[in-house]
Design a binder for this molecule. Structure first.
Ligand code: ARG
Length: 262
């Protein structure tokens, strides 16, 4: 009799153990793999896109609106955040290959991209604008770009929009700063890129290297991307984002980089 009870106890403990191990698995790692280490999120970002993500000259650390936001999201979820700098057009392939857990990179939510990855709820409203040299008097709107030379960052919505312009010569660069440099050097007539980044660049340069012309060309929303199959992490990020919006943390971060939210 005693033996029988003992067998049941052992089997029971075994089943319970399995169950607990299963829970641990899910809680420990966003990709469902068990791990004993600190819970960590590997975040991919193209970190040359101020004021969203860029390297602080002194500390060499990645700073910006996106960096503060993802740090706060990680904290909310109980994860440490580890940002890996990588080329913008390598971010979605990185998610697909599983080398990163999520992407925050001022990435616009597009139908095309949403076929390959999950996007969080929108976290920032943006759009594209045109930047020309300060002394340019011939380009005043999108229509004036016909047949012109235009610099863009490779793989971006700015690049897609530029490609719709009749007879334009599109020069694609790996980073946005390189596109601005080309404008400054006189190699192109205009840059098409995200408005907040253009505005930041123009202000940073004291208005002498460029100016915005015309109205915004698009209305775009930024989202945090995760691998298609990792719906659990996508949900955790959305929950954290919602919490940061309701507890005022999002507003604080927004205000730090852009001033009061309108
Ligand atoms: N919002 C644009 C896009 O999604 C440009 C983003 C570029 N981001 C960056 N970190 N370089 O295509």
């Amino acid at each position: 009799m005693f033996k029988k009870v003992l067998v049941f106890v052992i089997i029971g403990a075994f089943i319970l153990g399995l169950g607990l191990a299963g829970c641990g698995k899910q809680a420990d790692s966003p990709d469902g793999q068990a791990s004993e280490e600190v819970k960590e999120l590997i975040i991919g970002s193209d970190t040359a896109f101020a004021p969203f993500e860029y390297q602080d000259e002194k500390s060499q650390e990645y700073v910006g609106f996106d960096m503060d936001l993802i740090e706060a999201i990680g904290q909310q979820m109980g994860y440490e955040v580890n940002v890996q700098g990588m080329p913008f057009d390598g971010l979605i392939p990185g998610l697909e290959a599983g080398s990163i857990d999520a992407v925050i990179s001022a990435m616009t939510i597009t139908e095309e991209r949403a076929k390959k990855v999950n996007f969080s709820k929108p976290y920032y409203k943006s759009g594209l604008t045109i930047v020309v040299k300060s002394d340019n008097t011939t380009i005043k709107s999108f229509e004036d770009l016909e047949g012109k030379k235009i610099a863009v960052q490779i793989g971006t919505t700015g690049s897609n929009t530029a490609k719709t312009i009749k007879d334009a010569e599109i020069r694609e660069f790996n980073t946005a700063p390189e596109a601005f440099l080309e404008l400054k050097a006189g190699g192109v007539d205009a840059v098409i890129n995200d408005k907040p980044v253009n505005d930041y660049y123009i202000t940073q340069m004291g208005g002498k290297d460029g100016k915005t012309v015309g109205e915004p060309l698009t209305a775009e929303d930024y989202g945090i991307a995760t691998a298609k199959k990792n719906t659990e992490l996508a949900q955790m990020i959305d929950n954290a984002l919602e919490e940061l919006r309701s507890n005022g943390e999002y507003a604080k971060i927004y205000e730090k980089w852009f001033g009061k939210e309108q």
